[in-house]
Write a protein that binds this ligand. Structure first.
Ligand code: PMP
Length: 450
């Protein structure tokens, strides 16, 4: 076991090293008074360092800081740049579109093709575009309630689907509570959101058999609270129970697009009624999509005809703007390819076996969780089966000490848990450097006699 005092000692030492290595980033941070808390977006303070690295540029799977350090990037913008930073096909498409107008609220030629490209890649015939995955999820929840006439939705404890009020319900000691960290939440979400544990068939069956749930909104593998795998047969049971009870099944594939070509639904099954994909679909340009079956599409059309004229509450002005459409067209046509996945999955296998070797060599009570090109090492012996177990497995002090150590050696991990993404342009040397740095970190942690 790693001594908690060793974790603190290592963290102290690495903090000093970070500050000394990043004087320009520090300077920039200190004079950024125009921003609330000195950053334009508060998530930028979630890194384990006392101030964030200022990014100068990034290409492929490498990021360069203002202080001139290069980083092997396994965070990749928390999935937004999962297919590499600025792939050349995307950069050219954006440059070309930039000279032709950015937002017209009219369809474009690329857009006409893109709908069909989405249909053939993800196996659902009809699609709509939004500006973020959060917004897509909000739109989908609204549609599901409209289509079913039911007010409740069901989500899994520990889920994250973006800034979507409806999903911020947790189970604490088995009881549903409004997530206490939300700012300015004035509605009681418990009235319309049912939360159960992932992989709990009995709870799922009893919730859905009431017949009052409009949709289940889920990631097919939970990726926002460590990584929680579906138990064998669980997703098929979920699919069957939704169909039997008239509940719509929505898979939010914003992260699990990393599972394989066509996302988790197409590479592992089963298919949902509605699929949401954000972040990487535009390679970092803000956009997201949701797709649905022909049957849902017919019901949506009927609902549209039946409702009075006026605001639908769905969509925002910049949805499907020309720049976003060009970005997705380039990404789907030239970057998010089967060949890209072949490389990503091979790199993931290399990382997974290397991580297992590090864990074994040091006799650590850890394990590796992995689906497709998304890998996570978890500082606990047993793979968690649900949100409650995943929460209990997290060791914030240890994780942030490791992240900081790795940052100081030129390795970037997403600041949330220990998620690592492998892109189509990640090199095997980058994977090996990560493994070597982690091995040294653990070795030092075990050696420090604090
Ligand atoms: N769905 C999932 C599964 C996510 O992980 C996230 C963000 N981490 C979102 C939706 C929201 O994406 P965005 O912040 O781009 O709206």
């Amino acid at each position: 076991m790693i001594n908690p005092k060793a974790i603190l000692a290592l963290r102290e030492r690495e903090l000093t090293r970070f500050v000394n290595a990043n004087p320009k980033s520090k300077h920039y941070f200190e004079r950024s008074n125009g921003w609330f808390q000195r950053v334009p977006f508060h998530w930028m303070l979630d890194w384990p360092s006392p101030f964030p690295i200022v990014a100068a540029s990034a290409t492929g799977a490498t990021l360069t800081s203002l202080d001139g350090q290069t980083f092997d990037d396994f965070c990749l913008g928390d999935t937004a740049s999962m297919f590499g930073h600025s792939p050349s096909a995307l950069a050219s498409a954006l440059a070309e579109q930039a000279g032709k107008g950015l937002s017209y609220m009219l369809p474009t030629i690329e857009g006409a093709e893109l709908g069909n490209m989405l249909a053939s890649m993800f196996g659902l015939p009809h699609w709509q575009v939004t500006t973020t995955a959060s917004e897509a999820n909000r739109a989908v929840i609204r549609w599901c309630r409209g289509l079913t006439g039911r007010s409740k939705i069901l989500i899994f404890n520990g889920c994250y689907h973006g800034a979507v009020d409806d999903v911020f319900v947790d189970l604490r000691d088995g009881l549903a509570v409004n997530r206490p960290s939300l700012i300015g939440q004035v509605q009681d979400l418990l009235l319309t959101t049912v939360a159960i544990e992932f992989n709990d068939v009995a709870a799922l069956e009893s919730a859905l058999r009431n017949g009052d749930i409009a949709c289940v909104l889920a990631e097919p593998v939970m990726t926002n609270i460590g990584m929680i795998r579906d138990a064998p047969g669980y997703l098929e049971t979920l699919r069957r129970l939704c169909s039997e009870t008239g509940t719509l099944l929505v898979f939010d594939e914003t992260h699990t697009i990393s599972s394989g070509y066509g996302g988790h639904s197409n590479s592992h099954g089963p298919m949902p009624d509605i699929m949401v994909i954000g972040k990487s679909i535009g390679g970092g340009v803000p956009c997201a999509v949701y797709g649905f079956t022909a049957q849902i599409s017919a019901r949506m059309e009927a609902l549209n005809k039946a409702r009075p004229a006026g605001h639908s509450g769905i969509g925002t002005t910049l949805s499907a703007n020309a720049l976003a459409m060009s970005a997705m067209h380039a990404m789907l046509g030239q970057v998010i390819t089967r060949k890209a996945y072949d490389h990503m999955l091979a790199m993931a296998d290399r990382l997974v076996s290397g991580l297992r070797q590090v864990i074994e060599a040091h006799g650590l009570p850890w394990h590796v969780s992995h689906v497709g090109a998304r890998v996570e090492f978890v500082c606990a012996v047993q793979p968690p089966r649900n949100g409650n177990e995943a929460r209990a497995a997290m060791d914030h002090d240890l994780e942030s000490a490791i992240h900081l150590y790795l940052t100081n050696r030129g390795i970037l991990l997403a600041p949330f848990h220990n998620m690592m993404l492998l892109s189509p342009v990640t090199q095997s040397e980058q994977v090996d450097r990560l493994l070597h740095a982690l091995d040294s970190c653990v070795g030092e942690l075990l050696e420090i006699k604090a």
